[in-house]
Design a protein around this ligand. Sequence first.
Ligand SMILES: [Zn+2]
Length: 445
Amino acid sequence: MIAITPLEAWIGEKAGIAPELTGRSFAEALQGYQLRKLNETIGYARRASPFYRPRLSFLPAVPLSALSDMARLPFTTPSDIAAEPFAFLAVRQNEVARIVTLRTSGSTGQPKRLFFTEEDLELTVNFFHRGMATLVRPGQRVAILLPGKMADSVGDLLLRGLRRMDAQALVYGPVTDPLDAVSVVTSFGAHCLVGIPTQVLAMARSRRGAAIGKGPIESILLSTDYVPRAIADTLEAAWGCGVFTHYGMTEMGLGGGVECAALDGYHLREADLYFEVVDHATGKPCPDGVTGEVVFTTLTRRGMPLIRYRTGDIARIISEPCPCGSALRRLERVKGRWDGSFCLGPDSLLNLPDMDELLFRLPNLLDYRATISKNEAGNFHLHIDAQVTEESPILRDKDVLRALNGIDAIRKTVGTNLEIPTVRLSANKCWSTTGVAKRRIITTL
Ligand SMILES: [Zn+2]
């Protein structure tokens, strides 16, 4: 029997849904709440946000009569925020409690600025409190391996959420020294770890980490834009624990959704966010079950409401009901990003997630960087710079090359558009110092 996601009761309360409603009636009541909140958000953004005022002026006073009317509204893109962040601000500047600056992907890209009021931050703490109940019981100890030194940083907000459920939490911060992290986590007696996939992997693949064995660590929450399945499987095998995935980004107010005990897609934070999946090229809504780009609208945010924000993340809504029995929708685990792939030739798209699934299954590989350049003849060159442990079995270049050969895009283009890839393996090197930066294929063309 799989425990129902605690998000359902929480979302039901927030949306004012009668506790006796379940299944389809719950889902319909939630849709009614979302429609009301979307109309409120659009009205608020039109009144208070200089960015949205002109863009949404064409809409009638009550803009939506059904959720499907959302498709008539324009999208908001990351570059809109980067270009004029203050135009998104819907409150006075003295009401802003936290500003997060995010680097954007392009080398010339301006950073994005995101503004949160005290009430906005409280929404996040509330989500962390109720969402963590999926994998932590009161009285348990949680090691937070995310940035948390600054007030209102992700680690700090999570700590505050966990305290509300009487869990004990320790903010360790991002892992730069896996051995040190393992000893701190072990002496703290952590039942649960929350961290960045490659960093927790480095802990598990260290000798001291492997010695933890099965039992002490009961659950892990991995959080970033997407989590390679190969890393989750490796952690599960090493420590015999449940590996849950969280989906979120700063723009969502950090939290977006979290998997239930069925470990098969995220239940979403639907009282605070409205999610859509749209066709990446046409922008048209995708029916449930069809893969597209994740788009969300904030329902409760004051500082900086966002309407139809394009995340760039690839996923689909799972049509089938969740084995946990919840009426909440599920978003399939994110499969990477639209801008994260590279075209090596016709029908030969190289994706980081495809490489991740094969490379992270290699024993002793901790992290890697893939760089694509062009040689003088105009052919592509792929170089893998991999970080490995020094322990046996020793990983060799040819093991990495063999794994790469399992990728269609590489196999199909090697010898024509693509030179034979090169590999450099090094031990005692740690790149994982940037915290929550998104991994990507590096191009030097
Ligand atoms: Zn579920």
